[in-house]
Design a protein around this ligand. Sequence first.
Ligand code: NAP
Length: 397
Amino acid sequence: MIRLAKRVAILGSTGSIGSQTLDVLDESSGFSVCGLGAGRNWETLADQAKQYSPAVVAIADPQAESQLAGQLPAGTELLTGPEAMCELVRKSAPDIVVSAVVGAAGLAPTLAAIETGATIALANKETLVCAGQIVMPAAHAAGVDLLPVDSEHAGIFQCMMSGKRSEVRRVIITSSGGALRDWSDEQAATATAADALNHPTWEMGRKITIDSATLMNKVLEVIEAHWLFDLSPEQIEVVIHPQSIIHALVEFCDGSVMAQLAKPDMKLPIAYALQYPDRPARNVAPLNLADIGSLTFKPVTGRNARAVNLAYEIIRHGGACGAVLNAANEAAVEAFLTGRIKFGKIVDFVETTLKKWLDEHSHARKKADFSEESVTLPDLLAADAWARQQVLALMPQ
Ligand SMILES: NC(=O)c1ccc[n+]([C@@H]2O[C@H](COP(=O)([O-])OP(=O)(O)OC[C@H]3O[C@@H](n4cnc5c(N)ncnc54)[C@H](OP(=O)(O)O)[C@@H]3O)[C@@H](O)[C@H]2O)c1
């Protein structure tokens, strides 16, 4: 029997996850690249299109259209503008969509991909943070698998296969602690972008690297785990594990704890999501525990605990709170990276924005703001826009 190659569309192909996905596809057989999408990096997108000849490429920045148009191979269609990524998934007929855009910009294309019925390899955690209450039912209704690419969630997913879902007591997500792990709160408050981008174990895009330093990445991941695995706040713990060898642990009702271990390498969860339910053979050096020597763990304390606690608050309040938190964080990280605010202000701004939202909306007791059933996508997009405005207003003039 002839097996057709699986068609893969990569949203965010020019980024860290996107380019590693292409590396994984280079090492694999049985796949073809049908669509590639990016934000504004037309040079890298043009190189990728020349190498993979996808049916469709999309670039969000309309100004990149003229440069990219002359660079594409014959037969590749070019789409530009804010809707281009959604159109790409509709037009390229993918079997698998790798959702690897950074930020809330990944939400609409991920929803569009779910509507096509394609399997989703989900790296873009912000999609679930903003709109888990819409994305998860949409995936269930469409019968679509949402396979986690985030290493911790890929770890949870694999550990959970050791028992029945009803037997899971809790999950533990590990954190490297980020670039400023050993800095005091006082020192970290004025860390530069170069300091905060100097991640000890993972090489990633700029936004997630800053999120790792503030621990906002764990905030997003706790909320992502809540939606992906239907876990309550009490069932999700975070622990600092500097070696980044154990990615997640799942405790079952008899006290047994399953852990997923691997060297820090995003190609592993990417390859697993692409090949699932098979486990692809990969040519990687074995994990040598004797060489590693020790695996250590510390509780989350100080400024990091203050950040991580936001995740539990968001899950308890529900409604549009995740969209508010995510948008405030994106805006604050951008302000830090462009030198407008100090590192210590990132989480401050997120907290202040969230508090204002809760104050304004709990007084009004607007059902739509807090009820998962009645919250709509326009509500969430409006909350996102509101939060970005609030952060702008907090910025030093
Ligand atoms: N990197 C990791 O190891 C890792 C691990 C776990 C989870 N994740 C998650 O995966 C996602 C991607 O992370 P990353 O590290 O790969 O980020 P990245 O290196 O910054 O890449 C982001 C990608 O998104 C595109 N993009 C940015 N804004 C866009 C917009 N408005 N419209 C369309 N495309 C846009 C970028 O295009 P341009 O290049 O043209 O700007 C790029 O292709 C994030 O949600 C992150 O949290 C990443």
